[in-house]
Ligand binder design. Structure first.
Ligand SMILES: *Cc1c(COP(=O)(O)O)cnc(C)c1O
Length: 389
């Protein structure tokens, strides 16, 4: 691994050129690779010789994408997956056994929560949840069978933060693995490995692609752990497609400039929302009013592009707000060039009871905005007319 600066790694960390001397990396759309002779084939399968064999194991395009993320997160090694959820599931499946225990923040991505509550228990892997705003409680959940501490920061959809340095210390003291979902921050804003994370997972679908085109996931970190995750994945098949890896690798070349602009726009939108009379609460890490502003300043380079806010008038007002939006999109994605607005209580979480929603941190008036790269004046005008309607 070289040690150029972030933007340079993102652009110049690329595959060796072929005989055609191409300037940018071509797509290697091939399912398999040929061997020189029987000896070459034997050596490759016994891993005496490291080379590409079959695209379920690895492919030049996925390797390039992984190398970039490894450099950006200052990790030792990594592996790429079809989606963020494939990355998260494979990490648990590869590293845990029946009887093991996870301590996780309660506010985690919806499908991760479903994994903890519905699927991992099928293999006798249990999870205990701590309140992200009470990290002092974490140690009380640790048992002899605990193997992993898991968290994401900032969280989805509440935009709460957790002190990564504190998590790193707790994990080290109890000899536990610390796994962090760094999707909302991206490695440009925050590098959890610096604070002691053993593994960092990402949904590359979000800001890494940043243009709403492809799905992808990646895990980076300690090379012994990645080796276990690689062996599991090589045999079970959740690998990233070479086409998606090619798109994502190209996207990473502009990650730094895109994230800078996303964050600049998001701060302006957050300040606008804070000044609007129909908004009762705004949560954005780089607003001084964020309850964990000190943590944000300590571990984040910028505030990210996600804002959570509370609209006055509860569920009806939230629904009316969504129906009045003209420019922004109502969509399930986030981290796109296009600004996306969601009102969980009247849409994605409508089926839950009020109590269930509140337990998941979804208040009746909670709105989540993923600020895009349009001219921010147009985004603010759209939100303003919808709020005033
Ligand atoms: C979207 C998301 C995931 C899941 O990623 P997919 O690529 O959709 O599978 C995991 N964690 C967070 C924080 C996310 O936002």
């Amino acid at each position: 691994m070289s040690d150029f600066n972030f933007e340079t790694e993102a652009i110049r960390n690329q595959l060796e050129r072929s005989q055609f001397q191409e300037h940018s990396t071509p797509m290697y759309l091939t399912s398999s690779f040929v061997f020189e002779d029987a000896e070459d084939m034997r050596a490759s399968f016994t891993e005496e010789k490291i080379r590409t064999i079959y695209s379920r194991y690895s492919n030049p395009n996925t390797s390039e994408f992984v190398e970039k993320v490894v450099a950006m997160e200052k990790a030792e090694d990594g592996y790429a997956f079809a989606t963020g959820m494939a990355a998260i599931f494979s990490t648990f499946a590869a590293l845990l056994s029946s009887g093991d225990h996870i301590v996780s923040a309660r506010s985690v991505f919806g499908s991760t929560h479903t994994l903890f509550t519905k699927y991992l228990p099928k293999w006798n892997i249990e999870t205990s949840y701590f309140d992200i705003n009470k990290p002092e409680e974490i140690e009380s959940f640790i048992k002899p069978s605990t193997k992993i501490i898991y968290a994401e920061t900032p969280t989805n959809p509440g935009v709460d933060l957790i002190d990564l340095e504190l998590l790193g210390k707790i994990a080290k003291k109890h000899h536990l693995l610390l796994v962090i979902d760094n999707c909302f921050a991206t490695p440009y804003i925050q590098q959890p490995i610096k604070y002691g994370a053993d593994l960092v997972v990402h949904s590359a679908t979000k800001l890494m692609d940043g243009q709403g085109r492809v799905l992808g996931g990646v895990v980076v970190g300690n090379s012994d752990l990645i080796r276990e995750i690689y062996l599991f994945s090589r045999n079970t098949g959740p690998a990233m497609s070479p086409f998606n890896a090619w798109v994502l690798s190209k996207s990473l070349e502009t990650l730094a400039v895109r994230v800078e602009k996303h964050c600049e726009n998001a701060l302006k939108v957050a300040e606008f929302l804070e000044s609007n009379k129909n908004v009762s609460l705004v949560k954005y890490p780089f607003l001084e009013s964020h309850p964990q502003y000190e943590i944000a300043k300590k571990q984040m380079k910028l505030g990210g592009n996600i804002i959570a806010f509370e609209i006055k008038g509860g569920i009806e007002a939230g629904k009316k707000f969504l129906n009045s939006i003209k420019l922004c999109s109502l969509s399930a994605n986030l981290g796109d060039t296009r600004t996306i607005v969601t009102h969980p209580a009247s849409t994605t979480h409508f089926r839950l009871s009020e109590e269930e929603r509140l337990a998941a941190g979804i208040t009746p008036g909670l709105v989540r905005v993923s600020v895009g790269l349009e001219n921010v004046i147009d985004v603010i005008s759209d939100l303003e007319q919808a709020l005033n309607s």
